[in-house]
Design a protein around this ligand. Structure first.
Ligand code: ATP
Length: 321
C-alpha cells in the first residue's frame, strides 16, 4: 500500500523535545512526498477532527521550544470503543494512512488499539520521567534533569549559607530515574526512590555521621510519590538538630528549551517513525538501545522490564558522606 498521508499528535504529559520530534516527523514525511496532518490536543483532536495540514515551514523555529505546538491532553473518550471508532473515522476522512503518537505508555495503549482498528500507529517515547520500559531514553528526560539540577544548585547555595538540610522533591511519577541522576549530580546526601526501600533512621544516622566528619549542609533528594516531605523535614530536624526545609520543584521541570540530547534523540525518533510508516509498518513503539533507535511491537514493548541501576544508587551513597 502506498502511504500518501500521515498524522502526528502529542499526548499525555508534555515534555521538552516534543516539538523537535514533531518537526522531524513533518519534514521527514514531506521529503518522502507524504502529506502530514497535525492532530491537536492528543486523541481529543482525533475524535473531534481538530487537525491541520502541516507544511515544511509550519514547523519552523520550534526545535528550540519547550512544550508542544500541537498541545497535549488526556482523553477519557479514547479509552472507549466509540472513541476509537470516531478517531478512525477522522483518519479515514483525511486519508491518513498512519499516525505518529508522541507520549507515554498510556498513549501507546491508545496507539495499539488504533492500530488494531486498522490505522497503523507508531509510538515515540516522550515523557520527562524516562519510565518507558522498552527504551533507555525518553524525550524530555535530560532537559527536566538539567532544569531540576540548576534549581537544586540554587537551593544548595542557601542551604550552605545557613548550615541547613534541604529536602527536595523532583518529578518522576513512580520512577526514580530523575531523582537518582540529579541526586548524584547535585551531591545529595541521600536519594529516596520508589525502586529501593528506605528507612528514615538510616538517613538520620547518615546525616549524623557526615556531620561528625565535618559536613555542614545536606541535600536529601526525594522522588515524587514517596510521601509528604514537609513531615519528613520535621522528623529530620527533630532527630538531628539541623534546621531542615522542604521544597517541591513541581511543574517547572516540564518546561524550557530542550537540551542537545533531547533535540537529537527526538529528531532520530521522529525520522524513524516516518520510515516505518512509509513502509506500511504500524503497531510499533520506538526505543533507544545502546544509543541506536530500535522498535518493538507495542504490546511487547510495554511488557518489557527496565532494571533500576542499583550500582548508581550505591555510588551516590558512598561518595556523599
Ligand atoms: P505521561 O507518562 O506523560 O503521563 P501517558 O501517555 O502515559 O503520558 P496517559 O494519561 O496514561 O498519559 O495516556 C494518555 C492518553 O492515551 C489517555 O488520556 C487516553 O486518551 C489514551 N489511552 C490511555 N490508555 C488507553 C487505552 N487503554 N486505550 C485507548 N486509549 C488509551
Amino acid at each position: 500500500m502506498e502511504v500518501k498521508s500521515i498524522g502526528v499528535l502529542t499526548s499525555g504529559g508534555d515534555a521538552p523535545g516534543m516539538n523537535a520530534a514533531v518537526r522531524a516527523v513533518v519534514r521527514a514525511a514531506i521529503r518522502k512526498g507524504i502529506d502530514v496532518y497535525g492532530i491537536y490536543r492528543g486523541y481529543n483532536g482525533l475524535i473531534n477532527g481538530d487537525v491541520k495540514k502541516m507544511e515544511m515551514r509550519t514547523v519552523s523555529d520550534i526545535i528550540q521550544k519547550g512544550g508542544t505546538i500541537l498541545y497535549t491532553a488526556r482523553c477519557a473518550e479514547f479509552r472507549t470503543k466509540e472513541g476509537v471508532e470516531k478517531g478512525k473515522q477522522t483518519c479515514l476522512k483525511y486519508g491518513m494512512d498512519g499516525v505518529v503518537v508522541i507520549g507515554g505508555d498510556g498513549s501507546f495503549e491508545g496507539a495499539a488499539v488504533l492500530s488494531k482498528a486498522g490505522i497503523p500507529c507508531i509510538g515515540i517515547p516522550g515523557t520527562i520521567d524516562n519510565d518507558i520500559s522498552c527504551s533507555e531514553y525518553t524525550i524530555g528526560y535530560d532537559t527536566a534533569m538539567n532544569t531540576a539540577l540548576s534549581m537544586i544548585d540554587k537551593i544548595r547555595d542557601t542551604a550552605q549559607s545557613h548550615d541547613r538540610c534541604s529536602i527536595v522533591e523532583v518529578m518522576g511519577r513512580n520512577a526514580g530515574y530523575i531523582a537518582l541522576n540529579t541526586g548524584i549530580a547535585c551531591g545529595a546526601s541521600y536519594i529516596i526512590v520508589p525502586e529501593i526501600s528506605y528507612d528514615i533512621n538510616n538517613i538520620i544516622e547518615k546525616i549524623k555521621v557526615s556531620k561528625k566528619l565535618g559536613k555542614q549542609h545536606f541535600i536529601i533528594l526525594v522522588a515524587e510519590g514517596i510521601g509528604n516531605i514537609e513531615d519528613m523535614s520535621k522528623v529530620i530536624e527533630k532527630s538531628t538538630g539541623i534546621e531542615t526545609r522542604a521544597t517541591v520543584l513541581g511543574h517547572v521541570q516540564r518546561g524550557g528549551s530542550p537540551t542537545v540530547r533531547d533535540r537529537v534523540i527526538a529528531s532520530q525518533f521522529g525520522y524513524r517513525a516516518v520510515e516505518l510508516l512509509s513502509e506500511g509498518i504500524g503497531n510499533r513503539v520506538i526505543g533507544l538501545k545502546d544509543n541506536k533507535t530500535v522498535d518493538y511491537d507495542i504490546k511487547e514493548g510495554l511488557a518489557m522490564k527496565k532494571e533500576f541501576d542499583k550500582e548508581m544508587f550505591d555510588i551516590s551513597y558512598n561518595i556523599s558522606f
